[in-house]
Design a protein around this ligand. Structure first.
Ligand SMILES: [Zn+2]
Ligand SMILES: [Zn+2]
Length: 194
């Protein structure tokens, strides 16, 4: 599956803001660095730090939703608040792509528009899948899945591998317990043999 790169900017910005909120610190420098990486023009940030964080926490619900209907509902709620004006834009050598706010809008408004607009387009293309919160217990990171097979469940290879090791250990420990347990009935053996 190929995703339109230009509309993915808002999606990855949403992902990174959610993860910055998890990792912290939510400081002017950290937020500015993230926004700059995603080509968001920063005019005045200090007054809007808290507002941006509120929005980021609302975006988190898009990733946290566990079924299609719930995710669509969250996206619709945020679209109603976040989209200012939809239009085709061309800049920085990008081909025409959708913008959801004008350059004159406040920083927070532009971030709201870009993130939820991008997420809505991505949701359509990815049939509302291909995003979520990391499956590793204890990890709070969000992820966006642009892989070919679309089966990603972790924020990173580190979490994926760490979780595999953890589950392997738990399986080993369970095996040891059942070996020690004399009441080892056939059903259990059958399951383990799969
Ligand atoms: Zn643009
Ligand atoms: Zn993770």
């Amino acid at each position: 599956m190929q995703f339109n790169h230009d509309n993915m900017i808002g999606v990855h910005l949403a992902e990174e803001l959610v993860n910055l909120d998890v990792d912290g610190p939510w400081t002017r420098d950290a937020v500015a660095a993230t926004l700059t990486r995603f080509l968001v023009r920063i005019v005045e940030l200090d007054d809007e730090l808290a507002e941006l964080r509120d929005w980021t926490r609302r975006l988190r619900a898009v990733f946290a939703a566990t079924d299609t209907a719930a995710r669509c509902e969250v996206i619709n709620e945020l679209l109603a608040v976040g989209v200012r004006q939809v239009h085709l834009a061309m800049h920085d050598d990008f081909p025409p792509h959708l913008h959801f706010a004008r350059d004159e809008h406040r920083l927070t408004e532009r971030v709201q528009a870009a993130t939820i607009g991008g997420l809505a387009i991505f949701a359509v293309e990815a049939r509302v899948g291909r995003m979520g919160l990391c499956s590793r217990p204890g990890c709070e990171h969000a992820y966006v899945d642009t892989s070919r097979n679309g089966r990603r469940a972790y924020c990173s290879a580190i979490c994926g591998n760490g979780d595999a090791v953890q589950r392997y250990r738990e399986r080993k420990a369970a095996d040891r317990r059942s070996t020690n347990d004399e009441s080892n009935h056939p059903e259990r053996v059958l399951l383990d043999a799969k």
